[in-house]
Design a protein around this ligand. Sequence first.
Ligand code: PLP
Length: 338
Amino acid sequence: MLDRRIALAHLPTPILPADRLGAHLGLEPGRLWVKHDDLTGLAGGGNKVRKLEYLCADALAQGCDTLVTGGGRQSNHVRMTAAAANRLGLACTVVLGGQRPERATGNVVLDELLGPEIVWAGDLDYRGLEAAITTTAARVAEAGRHPYAVPVGGASPIGALGYVQAAGELVGQLPEVEVVVVADGSGGTHAGLVAGFGDHARVLGVDVGTRPGLPEAVMATAADAAVTAGLPAPVGACRLDGARIGAGYGAPTADARRALDLAARLEGLVLDPVYTGKAMAGLVAAVREGRIGADGPVVFLHTGGMPALFATPYASWVREGVSDDEEWRGGGAGATAR
Ligand SMILES: *Cc1c(COP(=O)(O)O)cnc(C)c1O
């Protein structure tokens, strides 16, 4: 199954050392790396492109002519799905949570530019959104087309194959990797990596608050993805940090803000408020508490998401939000005490 993909991403993505940030956290040089899946290409890039390589191959194999998916208003997944459809000459219908904003910002600008049919579905929770994707696909079918329904975040076992493949790519680049830290929305990226490594211990997910029942979903999708890929069932139990969510999905937090500042000012690395900022906050806490980094290199998987930074209200959060200057000006020495 791992060879049933359509090339959409620029692969392999680079893996770069982050020694200045590592030193700030008390790690030796060569102990902190960033795997740049923000650089997968395709309309701004991000982790969903790897999943779409497998999902689109499946859609074409089934003779489908329309991709149907959905997400929150600032969904990166929706943007990349619309771009993949255009690249392959497929039609695309997307369900977005909330009302059509008066002024487009962030990902919505790119969605409107890419031009899928957009259904503004009002305020929906995760299950509501999944149900809206299903009913929208049914409507597309009634109109005589052949829809391929992609779940929120592309988190089917077939989508997760993109990250089974990525785990192999990463081990080729850094064989001694101890653990990968990743933002968990739907959990599909985490699940694919676990299936690829064959061991839950190798991945620390940071829950950003998208999905109820996340640990169970990661366990189930990892097991299914391993079967789909023809690999042994992964050992161990799902590792998740559930303490970075703050008030909920998309809600800015003070520790994510500090993580954005650290990455930007020590590494020139731009993170986003919804996913990668919270994931980096989880990495910082895990290193400082000695939960990761003692046995080998830690890899931060940069999953993309920069367009959200240019969306209201995050743009003003960057200017006016919490910014603890002491934190990043400390550089290496003495920083591990925090
Ligand atoms: C979707 C997304 C994630 C989460 O990926 P899942 O596979 O849904 O868990 C992380 N980061 C960014 C930037 C995303 O867009």
